[in-house]
Write a protein that binds this ligand. Sequence first.
Ligand code: NAP
Length: 432
Amino acid sequence: MRHFAVVGSGPAGFYTAEALERAYGESARIDILDRYPVPYGLIRFGVAPDHQSLKAVAKRYDKVAESAGVDFIGNITIGRDVSVAELLDLYDAVILATGAPHDRKLGIPGEDLPGVVGSAEFVGWYNGHPDFADLDPPLGGPHAAVIGAGNVALDCARILSKTRHEFEGSDIVGHALEALDQSAIRTVTILGRRGPHQVAMTPKELGELGHLEAAVPLIEPADFPPQEADEALEPGLRKSVSLLRGFADLEATKAKQIVFDFFAKPVAIEGDGRAERIIVERTLLDDSGAARGTGETYAVPASLVVTAIGYSTSPIADVPFAGGKFVNEAGRIAERLYAVGWARRGPTGTIGTNRPDGYEVADQVAAAMVPGSDSDRAGAEGLKRLLAERGVMATDYDDWRKIEETETGQARPGSPREKFVRVEDWLRTLGR
Ligand code: NAP
């Protein structure tokens, strides 16, 4: 028997578990450990609630969780309850799939004022993340701004602009739906420090902005280079730019506006004890394509500022870390220690990008430990003993059913979720 620990239960963790399960079948036990009491990471807490088709991938992960050799154990924090070195003693391989849950910082004055929230916090708030249920973003003023020109910025702007009716069929949590329904926000400005040709927004997500019930996207035509320049763009980006050009023809005919402001670099956030405006510097692109400030500044009013400029991974004691992710070569950090997903590559790509990532690392593990070979490592039983000795209890998020209920409308009895245990319940199975 081989014993594998996958740390993190988002897409990267589940694709890796799936690949290991396929490679090893009954000759391995795979424990998926997560600091939260419920699995699926980004699928649950990151994907927008009105993108149900993307969330449907969780059904595939349910299937992995159903496998006899796979367990999900929630409420264990690696690096606090148990170290990576201890896991490596107990398991044949440890795969870190911890994602990139922290907001990158802008590094400008006023960033810590009340009213400025990172996208991980804001997205977590409307997705029922237990850490952000009390975020209470200020929605009482007429102006909000989202900083960044990627898909997360689009998600945040869209959620701020939708009507109650447009959330039907989504799994947005009740507290966010009620607050958004009462929102006074009428303008959401999306600030891109570079231009329309440099957006990281994809066509499907941009296209959605053109069909909102009560909001219209607007752009200054002067922000675009001559139309012929679009020919040189790769097809996906060309499509995005074509959608943006279409927005430049629209007028403020609806109650809310999503205003794209390009070549606009935030240099400070100001206000009397809370965010009231962003000071923005006009930019030009230099020869390398980077945004260079021109010295011309202006103010964009915003009592809610959401920064959506990318994420970083949490460091874990004794695991080499640089540039917001674990230091690795093709996923290998050290002997028997690997990283997958955003913890390996940084926060880029789609959910599907994590599949080849997980399979590649599982192949490396299988090459080093031929399926069918045995080890004398203690695996789950050893981890249970260690955690029981330490008295580790599921105290962090004890009302996990509530998380499920607020997000999905109802818990799903009979689903593989019944198999998902929290650490304290898991420890009761010691020796069985
Ligand atoms: P992203 O795609 O990397 O975009 C980050 C944006 O922030 C870029 O426009 C970047 O501009 C800007 N930025 C970075 N630092 C900045 C600063 N200091 N000041 C101003 N702007 C700054 O990141 P993301 O939007 O967080 O998305 C992460 C990944 O998840 C992406 O691969 C995304 O496609 C994916 N995702 C997909 C979906 C979907 O498929 N529906 C939804 C959400 C997220 P520069 O280009 O100038 O650096």
